[in-house]
Design a protein around this ligand. Sequence first.
Ligand code: SF4
Ligand code: SF4
Length: 314
Amino acid sequence: MSRIKIKSRQGTGKGLIFDVKRFAVHDGPGIRTTIFFKGCPLHCLWCHNPESIARGLELMVRSSRCTRCYSCVAVCPKKALSPGPKNGPVVVDRAKCDLCGICAETCVSDALEIVGRRMTVSELADEAARDRLFFDQSGGGVTLSGGEPLAQPAFAIALLEELRARGIRTALDTSGLANGDVLLRASAAADLILYDLKIMDDAAHRRWTGVSNALIFDNLRHLSALGTPVWIRIPLMAGVNDGDENIAASIAFLKTLPAVRRVDLLKYHKGGQEKYKNLDQMSAFRIFEPPSEDRMETIRRAFAEAGFNVSLGG
Ligand code: SF4
Ligand code: SF4
């Protein structure tokens, strides 16, 4: 594996976060606070969080909330906003917008939002620590998710270390597409890894996610040798990765990895269309079909019979 230099905790600056969700129950054990990092190196065509992909701030325009008062049009210093056709909801010229956020502060209808906040390790740890009692009572903690947390490697590792120093248990939810040394350092700082597995065939993986699965699988093999517990998460889309061949290959691969403690099968759900529209990214939006209930049960049984602790829904 190649080596990159990871800065010490001092100097990690601020991370770019797009959401902090309290009382999450699907991102690891117990009650959790999930911190969503902005920026992802994959472009999975089924992604229902398009705001997680870009590495910078974005302006979200929720047309359905716009009352057409046009106060935002008046305050925009770049003249990037204008009434929509036939005095419709406001529209943005993204080429002119510099993401200053003045319009979002002006809009009382919450129709405009700058997606992404730059936060320090201490700010995030303080926010998470508010729910320490719930974590302790439920066996929960904090999950770093995204986007891809390891696309901001020094910050993600510093946050994991800070939370551990405060006695808060952590999970890292990762696509696995990261520098190998970064992943190993992050895994040493976390109590649990949630690791995505999508498609075993590399050509299909490239077609549906935009990247090869070679590094992702290599990283998982190395990670498993270290012993940090791993929960595998498999999003399932009909006709993409729910076929017998991919399921059998997934099971055969995972059986070689002793650190895998559990497999979560995540049935695709339709959603996210509104977000693509609000970001003017409808050209990237694709609709898939979820596997049927029967097919999900067949897949669940295949993993269970292979000896995995398997759950539907995560
Ligand atoms: S301020 Fe808000 S509600 Fe008024 S036009 Fe702008 S986006 Fe619409
Ligand atoms: S973020 Fe700033 S530049 Fe962009 S539309 Fe709003 S006010 Fe104008």
